[in-house]
Design a protein around this ligand. Structure first.
Ligand code: PLP
Length: 428
């Protein structure tokens, strides 16, 4: 029985981010509960990266299960152009209620990449509708905003998207900011923005996820946003990964003085259970799309826009964020990360330790360059899998961003596994 579905996988499935010629067999998972995943033999794996950074409450949460089942018996899915339903409007109101008060309008789509596409289209059309067309976007070196064409156009240009590069629209990149280069970065931003060519600055606030959970300070982000604002250019925060408690606050922008004009949300939005993306913006931006002419509206939508099951899950997830106990779990996770980080810092093979909220990242100090293809990626991945930990390193960068329900024992299992991995590394 069991072998047959794995044969089907081998014969018929094309997996994401996978070179099928060299990749081994995928890990078969037949059950998921809390922070644990189970293979057919019953062996458990701690879901140390929250199933690709999405799962915030753990798998099979009873409150989410109830919301999903109830919604299915009421409205499953209906067209969202010219039609509405209670869960979408409830979600829109509640999202605006937890974002800063300038956020008043919510556009629904299907995932992180589409939320970014919508944000980019909003920004370009905002200027188009004002008869000041702009052609470029400003972004940061190392950015990742998704895998659709618009999102790739504003992301880091490298081997991941090289086959498509000739098709991208214009974007310019600021160096990744640090205390050392802050002045040059701001100067560069100022010089570029002065040209008036840019519709928006798009940025992953405080943490660049796919760049290896690369972190920068609130002060640097605030200074950048302030600079962009001064030039009348829109600011887009890609909170697809940072949203919903990841950074220790509800949103990364909650750490900041300066807030964006547009924010993209997804991943943890539904508790990480169903795909859903939101692009949220201000009343003045929404108002530039109002007209007697249809074409001035945002003529964008997907078949599953406003999916009622996903909206019900997102509302149920927000219920859980209203509980004090959840924020205590986030605090405890942060404290456990900090204690682990202190131990790790002593190890000669560790560098680049950084911590924010529920994310802990570090690098294994290898001779080779720190690229995605670094062999440490494979050895660490397989070693940790043996130890019952599912953790996808990015090159020689390891990070832990688990569901917030992770228990102390499960955290300890991750720490123990990582130390065991470090122990068997060749002496440096
Ligand atoms: C994952 C991610 C995206 C893309 O979201 P998908 O749902 O995978 O399309 C965009 N931006 C950031 C910061 C992400 O981490």
């Amino acid at each position: 029985m069991q072998a047959s579905w794995l044969d089907d996988d081998r014969n018929f499935v094309w997996h994401p981010f996978t070179q099928h010629q060299t990749s081994g067999a995928p890990l078969p998972i037949v059950r998921a509960e809390g922070s644990l995943l189970y293979d057919p033999s019953g062996k458990s794996y701690v879901d140390a990266n929250s199933s690709w950074w999405v799962n915030v409450h753990g798998h099979g949460h009873p409150h989410l299960a109830k919301a999903l089942n109830e919604q299915f018996s009421v409205v499953d899915h209906v067209v969202f152009a010219g039609v509405t339903h209670p869960k979408a409007s409830e979600l829109a109101r509640r999202i605006c209620g937890i974002l800063p008060p300038t956020f008043e309008k919510v556009f629904f789509s299907d995932n992180g990449s589409t939320a970014i596409e919508v944000a980019l289209k909003m920004a370009f059309q905002y200027f188009h509708n004002r008869n000041e067309p702009r052609t470029k976007i400003l972004a940061l070196d190392g950015a990742y905003h998704g895998d659709t064409f618009g999102a790739m156009s504003v992301g880091q240009r490298d081997y991941f998207n090289a086959p498509f590069e000739h098709l991208f629209f214009d974007a310019d990149y600021l160096p990744f900011p640090s205390e050392e280069n802050a002045e040059q970065v701001l100067q560069r931003a100022d010089d570029l923005l002065k040209t008036g060519a840019y519709a928006a600055f798009i940025v992953e606030p405080l943490v660049q996820g796919a760049a290896g959970m690369r972190m920068y300070s609130v002060d640097l982000l605030d200074a950048l946003v302030k600079c962009v604002r001064k030039h009348g250019v829109l600011v887009i925060f890609d909170e697809v990964m940072t949203g919903f408690g990841r950074t220790g606050k509800m949103f990364a922008m909650d750490h900041c003085q300066e807030i964006p004009d547009i924010v993209a949300l997804s991943k943890g939005l539904t508790g990480g259970v169903l795909p859903l993306g939101l692009t949220v913006t201000t009343r003045p931006i929404f108002d530039t799309f109002l007209s007697d002419e249809t074409a001035r509206g945002l003529l964008h939508g997907h078949s599953f826009t406003g999916n009622a099951l996903a909206c019900a899950l997102a509302c149920a997830s927000l219920d859980l964020f209203e509980e004090k106990a959840l924020w205590e779990r986030i605090k405890n996770l942060e404290a456990a990360h900090l204690a682990f980080a202190k131990e790790l810092a002593e190890h000669p093979s560790i560098k680049g330790l950084a911590l924010l909220g529920t994310i802990l990242r570090f690098e294994i100090d290898v001779e080779a360059e720190s690229t995605y293809f670094s062999h440490v990626r494979d050895t660490a991945y397989h070693f940790l899998l043996e130890e019952g930990i599912l953790l996808r390193p990015l090159g020689n960068i390891l990070f832990i961003n688990p569901p917030y329900c992770l228990t102390a024992d499960e955290h300890a299992r991750i720490c123990k596994g990582i130390f065991a991995f470090l122990e068997q590394l060749p002496e440096r």
